[in-house]
Structure formats: structure tokens, C-alpha cells
Write a protein that binds this ligand. Structure first.
Ligand code: SF4
Length: 502
């Protein structure tokens, strides 16, 4: 009959390592080990072991027993596995440790091994839960005497609060926040710049709602595109387990029920519009042809009658760039919005006001910059009485690019600020991921640098609160780089350029 070794530890990975080291030093085989987690119910884990006949004496775990040599990859994997809720993780980890140190040093290289497979399965579930927490935590604002305090309630499936805390600390470093969960809570105070962990809380400890949530639900309903609904993919990405804490989730059943009839109406309307639209010669050519001049006024006048792609049909007017010709900085957005389309000027709607606020916070005068868009006509689709923004496609961006090139050639800026992916694609001539290149200065056309950042409308889509404020501060930090640009611009001028003012 095998002897038994009750292995008491406090339920943490650090303490498990300490006790596992002592068990290894005492020669306790996996089938003898009875892991007793003080943080959970006393569970008999060595289910395959009969009642013990005698107890294996353990080496003192606090004495510095020599550490077993295991691959670094095992320790990283084990730390992830330890965050899983399954109580069988502890004997599994010890069995893997035992095998690694008893003649199977390459255990982890065999994905077909039962233990290796089980370790990776548990770690994968933990990674997924970490990702879901980052996606589905929703902060609600509480007013306190010390200022706003953002509190979120979340129900993780595994022990991931500590692992995720640095992510939220870095993202919301300037704000006071707490994330409450049933097992563990984390709090950040920007004044003391410290993370604090406390025991679990209940749902009632977190605010149920805040003033911004009605606004967020209205916005979510307005951007819900019934033509793009894939219910299976949506449920895989946003499991129902998380719905109860998402303010927008209450809308989803109704939006899904209305999706099919709305798509039918969209298809019918689109068929009517296509029948009415015979392409112009300019559309057939598919590329704008600006006059060869550096005079911005002449360029703007010519662009007003451009028909090089179908976007002119549904728009009110061409919205050309605006600002001093001697500007060292050119800000490039995606396309005019509803407001700009009516007024005929770039960045004068809600996104423009946010841009103005961010430029002011970064210490930059907008009037010293030239502001324009990659695409000069407003692309939209109807939603009731409203005109909703639609993203220009690659052909429309390419068709309009000669206008942007003509503006840049006339101005010759030192820095081009690309606000969003469409702007970056048009300026650089190729697509890129803004999330990967954000804040970087890349080589741009005409010897200028191209600074990559987000479009201000992306910030408008965030629900008011902690995330919106943190993202605004990130945007301001990106724009501060404008101040590093020397005032002088390349002296080279295009033939036919007018004197430097418009
Ligand atoms: S979007 Fe650009 S290319 Fe298309 S019609 Fe308007 S100005 Fe011309």
C-alpha cells in the first residue's frame, strides 16, 4: 500500500511551489500526494490512492532545499494553470513537475502527452478569461468628495484579477478606479500610484448604472449593423455569461429580432439606388485629375466638380482642406462627416470639436495647421432620417488620393498627422494597423514624417467615463509630438506655386 503525504498550502502558486519543492526533496510520488488547499474546501485530490497506511515525512519546506531544475517554460505555464479554478490543477502540476525531474525533461515538447495537453487546455482557458475581462469590464462613475471614482463589477471564471491588474493600471493610470469581483478586488489610486487588493465583494457593492449608460445604449443601437450580424460568431466572442454586466446586452435580443427585416429593406433600397446610377466617365477612370498647380484655391475649385468615384452622388458638396499654405503640420482625417458635408469645411462637427480640444490640451494651435481628409466627399448610408457614416473602400481612397497628394505637394509640411487607418493608408500608400503603429513617426511623402494616431471619432464612440478619458489623454500625448517639429519646412516649391499664403 502506498504511503500518503498530505501537502498543506495556502492556495497560492508561490506557496504551492514551496511545498512542491519540499515534496520533491522528500521523494513524494504524485500518487502519494494529497494537496490540501487552505483557500478552498478540503478536497481529497489523490482520488486514485486508497486510504493511507502511513504518512510520508516531508522535508521542512522552509529550509532551503535545492530547487529542482525545470524549463522556464514550465514555470510560466504553471503560473497560468494555477489561475484556473479546477482543483485538479494542483496534482496535475505536481505530476508534470515530477515527470520533468524524473527522466522526462522534454515532456512539454510532446503535445500529444495527456498531462501536457491538460496543462495547455487549462492555460488557454485562463488566457481567454483574461482577454474577456479586458473586453467586458464596464466602469460606472461614482461622485465622491475626492473626485470621480470609477467602479466596475466583473465575474471572472478563474483567478485572474492579479494577472490583469497591471493592464488596467497602465490603461487608466490617471484615474481612480476599482474592479470588484466575487473572489478578489483590485483598486488603483493615481495619487499613491499603487495597486491594492482586497477580498471579494458582492454585486450590490458596485453601482448598478450611471448617467452615461442611456447614451451608450442609444449609440450602440445606432451602430448595430443588421447586415453584419453573425450570431454564432457574436456568441463565441461575447458569451452570455458576461451579458448580465454589459449595459448594451439588454438591447441585443430586440436588435437581432429586427435584423432580418432591416436587411431586406436595405437590399431593396440599394437595388433602387444602383439602378438609378449610371457611371460617369470620371467614375469609369477611377482616379481624380487635379490641375498641375500649387495654388490651393485653384485645387479646391477643381475638386468641387470631381466625379472620379461615386461618392459625389450622395454628398452635398466637396469638402476640401483648409488652413495656411505655409503650415508645417498637415492633419489628415478619413472623410467629412454629416456636419462637414452640410457646412463644406473639414473637422467642424463633433469629431472636429474633440480634435480642437485635444490640440488645445497638447498646446497646439489648430489655426497654424492645415486640416484635410483622405476622401473629400461624405460617404454615408441612411438609417431612418439620419445619415450614418460609412467607411470609404480602397477604390474610393485611391480615386481621391491625387487631391491629397496635390495638397501635400503644395504645402510641403514637415509632419503629416494621420488620424486613423484610412488617412494612414492614403498618405503612405499602403494599409497598416493603427493599434500597432500608433505614436510612431514613419517616413511619409515629400520628405515629411507621418505620425500615426487614432481618428477623434473613435474616441466619440467610447461610452463616457474612465475609458474615454484615458483614451483622450493618449490622443493628446500623441499630438504633443507635433511640438517637436521644427518650424522650418523644406524649401523646395512646385513650379507655379503662389506666394506662401492663402
Ligand atoms: S471622393 Fe474624392 S475622388 Fe470621389 S468624387 Fe469626391 S473628390 Fe472625387
Amino acid at each position: 500500500m502506498p504511503a500518503s503525504a498530505p501537502l498543506h498550502f495556502d492556495g497560492s502558486f508561490a506557496d504551492w511551489k514551496r511545498v512542491a519543492r519540499a515534496a520533491l526533496a522528500s521523494g513524494v510520488a504524485p500518487q502519494q500526494a494529497h494537496w490540501r488547499d487552505a483557500g478552498a474546501a478540503q478536497i481529497e485530490l489523490a482520488l486514485d490512492a486508497p486510504a493511507p497506511e502511513r504518512i510520508v515525512p516531508l522535508a521542512d519546506p522552509d529550509l532551503a532545499a535545492p530547487s529542482p531544475r525545470v524549463p522556464r517554460a514550465f514555470l510560466d505555464l504553471a503560473e497560468d494553470v494555477a489561475r484556473h479554478r479546477d482543483p485538479a490543477r494542483w496534482p496535475l502540476l505536481y505530476r508534470a513537475l515530477w515527470r520533468l525531474t524524473h527522466g522526462e525533461p522534454h515532456l512539454l515538447a510532446n503535445p500529444a502527452d495527456v498531462d501536457t495537453h491538460a496543462l495547455h487546455t487549462l492555460a488557454k482557458a485562463v488566457h481567454r478569461d483574461i482577454h474577456k475581462m479586458r473586453a467586458f469590464v464596464r466602469f460606472r462613475e461614482r461622485a465622491t468628495e475626492a473626485g470621480p471614482w470609477f467602479v466596475a463589477w466583473f465575474e471572472p471564471q478563474h483567478h485572474i484579477v492579479e494577472a490583469n491588474a497591471p493592464f488596467f493600471r497602465d490603461r487608466f493610470a490617471s484615474l481612480r478606479w476599482s474592479i470588484l469581483t466575487p473572489g478578489r478586488c483590485v483598486h488603483w489610486d493615481p495619487d499613491s500610484r499603487s495597486l491594492r487588493f482586497t477580498p471579494g465583494a458582492s454585486r450590490a457593492d458596485a453601482p448598478a448604472d450611471d448617467a452615461a449608460e442611456d447614451l451608450w445604449r442609444t449609440y450602440y443601437a445606432s451602430i448595430f449593423n443588421p447586415a453584419r450580424v453573425k450570431v454564432d460568431a457574436m456568441l463565441a466572442e461575447m458569451p452570455r455569461h458576461y451579458w448580465k454586466n454589459l449595459p448594451e446586452a439588454a438591447l441585443i435580443p430586440r436588435l437581432l429580432a429586427e435584423a432580418a427585416p432591416r436587411v431586406q429593406r436595405m437590399v431593396a433600397r440599394s437595388a433602387e439606388q444602383s439602378a438609378a446610377a449610371a457611371p460617369t466617365p470620371g467614375e469609369l477612370e477611377g482616379r481624380a485629375r487635379p490641375p498641375a498647380t500649387g495654388d490651393l484655391a485653384i485645387l479646391a475649385e477643381a475638386a468641387a466638380s470631381c466625379h472620379a468615384c461615386p461618392l459625389w452622388r450622395a454628398a452635398t458638396c466637396t469638402v476640401f482642406g483648409e488652413g495656411p499654405r505655409e503650415a508645417c503640420i498637415v492633419l489628415v482625417g478619413e472623410q467629412p462627416g454629416d456636419h462637414e458635408d452640410r457646412v463644406g469645411k473639414p473637422f467642424v462637427g463633433p469629431a472636429g470639436r474633440l480634435l480642437d480640444r485635444a490640440l488645445a490640451a497638447a498646446g497646439i494651435e489648430r489655426s497654424a495647421c492645415y486640416v484635410t481628409n483622405a476622401v473629400k466627399h461624405f460617404k454615408w448610408e441612411p438609417r431612418g432620417k439620419r445619415r450614418l457614416h460609412a467607411t470609404p473602400n480602397a477604390r474610393e481612397i485611391a480615386a481621391c488620393r491625387p487631391w491629397l497628394e496635390a495638397e501635400l505637394a503644395a504645402i510641403r509640411p514637415g509632419l503629416i498627422v494621420c488620424l486613423g487607418a484610412t488617412a494612414a493608408q492614403s498618405v503612405l500608400g499602403h494599409a497598416l494597423r493603427v493599434t500597432e503603429e500608433r505614436g510612431k513617426k514613419l517616413p511619409g511623402p515629400f520628405g515629411a514624417s507621418a505620425l500615426i494616431t487614432v481618428h477623434p471619432s473613435a474616441l466619440l464612440r467610447l461610452p463616457a467615463g474612465i475609458e474615454a478619458e484615458a483614451e483622450f489623454q493618449r490622443f493628446v500625448a500623441d499630438l504633443r509630438q507635433i511640438r517637436e517639429v521644427p518650424d522650418a519646412r523644406p524649401s523646395e516649391q512646385l513650379p507655379g506655386s503662389p506666394p506662401a499664403s492663402t
